[in-house]
Design a protein around this ligand. Structure first.
Ligand SMILES: [Zn+2]
Length: 258
């Protein structure tokens, strides 16, 4: 299979003990690219270290995660904007909103998101969006900001068919991860009604491991389980899912070939 993991924190300290071996397993599983979402200023060095060690496999993004938008967010954004001026990144991410962990920061989360959407427009980059218990709110923000130039992924999509259709209409892709393999994950009711042209695959490693590894540390090497599940839901082979979603990912991240 030729798989692209559009969202994995492979630079996480959870891989420090055995990252070389994990990278070998990832390659054996047929994963050709891992797009790495940044989290905050503290994760930048680890992320760029993975990029330099694993060459073409690990590609960094730049952005401030909504759960890390605190009082110091202007300083964090300042550092990140400097990075964007210095070198290239595949996307602005992961950015967005989160009403699950901390509702009290919602106003500054929105402020930080809108600033980072501005970067995406300035540098003509896609955005990778995190929204937890805040899909409708995030769709509304993107609707307002969409001037025809914004593209990206609603990462870890777990919404309804109606929300999926709104996102597709906005010109965005749905990031499908381990939740698709969970009983009661709800995506079995949504994915069969969506075309493969609207989907990309992701693991969100080290989080959200797919069945049959649910509850363990997740790795991009488990991506075939997600491709298989999506294939079962839309009644095509996992290899066809891999090819279609790879094309979508490369097109979004403006890469011609892997
Ligand atoms: Zn993430």
């Amino acid at each position: 299979m030729n798989l692209i993991d559009t969202h994995a924190h492979i630079y996480s300290t959870k891989f420090d003990a055995d990252r070389d071996q994990v990278i070998e397993e990832i390659k054996e599983a047929g994963v050709e690219r891992i797009y790495m979402p940044n989290v905050d200023v503290e994760t930048i060095d680890q992320m760029l270290d993975c990029e330099s060690r694993y060459g073409d496999l690990c590609i960094p993004m730049m952005g401030l995660h909504p759960c890390d938008v605190k009082e110091d967010f202007p300083q964090q954004l300042y550092v990140m904007e400097e990075w964007l001026g210095k070198r290239s990144f595949a996307a602005i991410g992961e950015i967005g909103t989160d009403l699950y962990w901390d509702k009290t920061t919602f106003e500054i989360q929105k402020e930080a998101l809108n600033i980072q959407i501005g970067w995406a427009k300035k540098y003509a980059l896609p955005i990778v969006l995190h929204c937890r218990e805040s899909i409708d709110e995030t769709i509304e923000i993107i609707e307002k900001a969409q001037d025809g130039s914004l593209t990206g992924i609603f990462h870890c999509f777990t919404g309804t068919l109606d929300q999926a259709q709104k996102i597709i209409k906005l010109g965005f892709l749905l990031g499908i991860g381990g939740v698709a393999t969970y009983k009661n994950g709800g995506l079995d009711l949504v994915i069969p009604s969506l075309g493969l042209e609207n989907l990309v695959l992701e693991t969100d490693a080290p989080y959200l491991a797919p069945v049959p590894h649910r509850g363990k540390r997740n790795t991009p090497a488990y991506l075939p389980h997600i491709a298989q599940r999506v294939g079962d839901l839309v009644q095509v082979s996992a290899a066809e899912v891999a090819l279609a979603t790879k094309a979508n990912a490369l097109n979004l991240f403006k890469e011609i070939t892997v």
